[in-house]
Design a protein around this ligand. Structure first.
Ligand SMILES: Cc1cc2nc3c(=O)[nH]c(=O)nc-3n(C[C@H](O)[C@H](O)[C@H](O)COP(=O)(O)OP(=O)(O)OC[C@H]3O[C@@H](n4cnc5c(N)ncnc54)[C@H](O)[C@@H]3O)c2cc1C
Length: 388
């Protein structure tokens, strides 16, 4: 079976990449290890701009929409609540990720993409400019191999792109909970502090009815112990609630890998490290990665030049906006990880709620650093590190 491109992984990045190659007339297949889409847990929060980046028709949004989000509440360690909102406008959505991926799969399949479900890619070999992809029951031949296989990427490791120890991940777990009582179902809730989620944060993202995704990412402690404690400590929301699903996975928080292309190979999405480190948000950044990679891959396939040099235009293009945001958020993460709860409380006093969101997302970093420079301790511990 000979293809122009084989994509490993049917997550957001892989489905978007395959769709654009299919639309350009190339023969593409996706191989997916699981027997259904969206097995991995997810908070399912996206900004409204994701719909534009993914070029999904507005009339399709109802198919995966769980909640429109108009506000975000961020709780400092001392309990102070900061509200981020844009005069009542929709800031984002909590989606049903399985339905979202189904919609993305429909775009891909209607452009001619083949999907092989329940087919884990196990190994790869190269003969000149053709790669063999060995899955559970097939051998595929391809001119271009795409690693869209997430944080455990076998493509990144087996094709020698990911260096040992290069990827840092944060363990994250989540309950889907029934009958959660929130004072505002149009808001996402974020909780910080070493007592709540050491070196990470906890979230409550409301879905349909009173269902909510309740999770956290933490480092150096047991995630489950802390998530259960979070639920016990917040009886206001959870006293009449029960978990109906529990899942865990990790999120890459070390930024984009140094090497994301090689001859006939590209990494996209979380496999490439395309996640905002401070928030762990990876859907938008992965979709953007898949889209930019597709644009470069189409030119390379048309010119029959799949050399590392030709494909590296993808990394350069991604770096201009998304790579910079990821690097800036990583600087923020590295500095914030060293702050005590008292210092985090002080940060919540100096910065506006929007500044905090921008800092987390790696946006307007120098403006934020200038504000922090006025604080005697935080200027050394945070502002200068952001400006390097
Ligand atoms: C608990 C949790 C909560 C999160 N919450 C959010 C959130 O609210 N908002 C947000 O933006 N991001 C969130 N993220 C991050 C987000 O889920 C990912 O960054 C994003 O899904 C990455 O997309 P991707 O397509 O690159 O990879 P993935 O979504 O990880 O998809 C990779 C695909 O590859 C498949 N695969 C892996 N290995 C193989 C193989 N050997 N052969 C074949 N297939 C393979 C997997 O089964 C999977 O389908 C969260 C992550 C976690 C763990």
């Amino acid at each position: 079976m000979k293809y122009d491109a084989i994509v490993i992984g049917a997550g957001p990045a892989g489905l978007i990449f395959a769709r654009y190659l299919g639309e350009a007339g190339f023969k593409v297949a996706i191989v997916e290890k699981n027997n259904e889409l969206a097995v991995k847990p997810c908070g399912e929060g996206i900004s409204s701009r994701v719909i534009e980046t993914a070029e999904i028709s507005r009339s399709e949004v109802y198919r995966f929409l769980s909640r429109e989000i108009k506000r975000a509440y961020i709780f400092a360690p001392n309990g102070k609540r900061l509200t981020v909102e844009e005069s009542g406008r929709t800031m984002g959505y909590i989606i049903d990720k399985r339905n979202f991926l189904k919609v993305l799969s429909e775009y891909a399949v209607s452009s001619g993409v083949e999907i092989y479900i329940s087919e884990p890619a196990k190994n790869f070999s190269r003969k000149n400019n053709t790669l063999n992809v060995y899955t559970r029951s097939h051998v595929f031949k391809t001119r271009l191999l795409i690693g869209a296989d997430g944080y455990l990427s076998v493509v990144a490791k087996k094709m020698g792109l990911e260096k040992r120890g290069e990827r840092r991940v944060i363990p994250s777990i989540q309950y889907v909970m029934s009958n959660v009582e929130l004072d505002d179902y149009e808001a996402t809730y974020f909780f910080t502090g070493n007592n709540v989620a050491p070196l990470g944060y906890a979230w409550i993202f409301p879905k349909d009815g009173k269902i909510a995704n309740v999770g956290l990412g933490v480092q150096k402690v047991s995630p489950r112990t802390y998530l259960n404690k979070f639920i016990r400590d917040n009886r206001k929301y959870f006293s009449k609630s029960q978990p109906i699903e529990f899942k865990g996975a990790a999120v890459t928080i070390s930024g984009v890998l140094e090497k994301i292309v090689d001859d006939n190979v590209m990494l996209i999405g979380e496999a490439a490290g395309q996640v905002i480190p401070l928030t762990g948000g990876g859907i938008h950044t992965s979709i953007a990665g898949g889209k930019i990679a597709a644009e470069i891959a189409i030119k390379a396939l048309e010119e029959d030049d799949l050399s590392k040099e030709k494909l590296s235009m993808y990394k350069r293009k991604y770096d201009l906006y998304w790579g910079k945001r990821i690097r800036d958020s990583l600087k923020g993460l590295r500095a914030i990880e060293k702050l005590s709860d008292e210092e985090l409380n002080a940060l919540a006093e100096i910065l506006s709620p929007q500044d905090i969101v921008n800092l987390a997302n790696g946006e307007k970093i120098s403006e934020i650093a200038k504000k922090i420079l006025k604080h005697p301790i935080l200027s050394i511990k945070l502002a200068r590190k952001l400006l390097i």
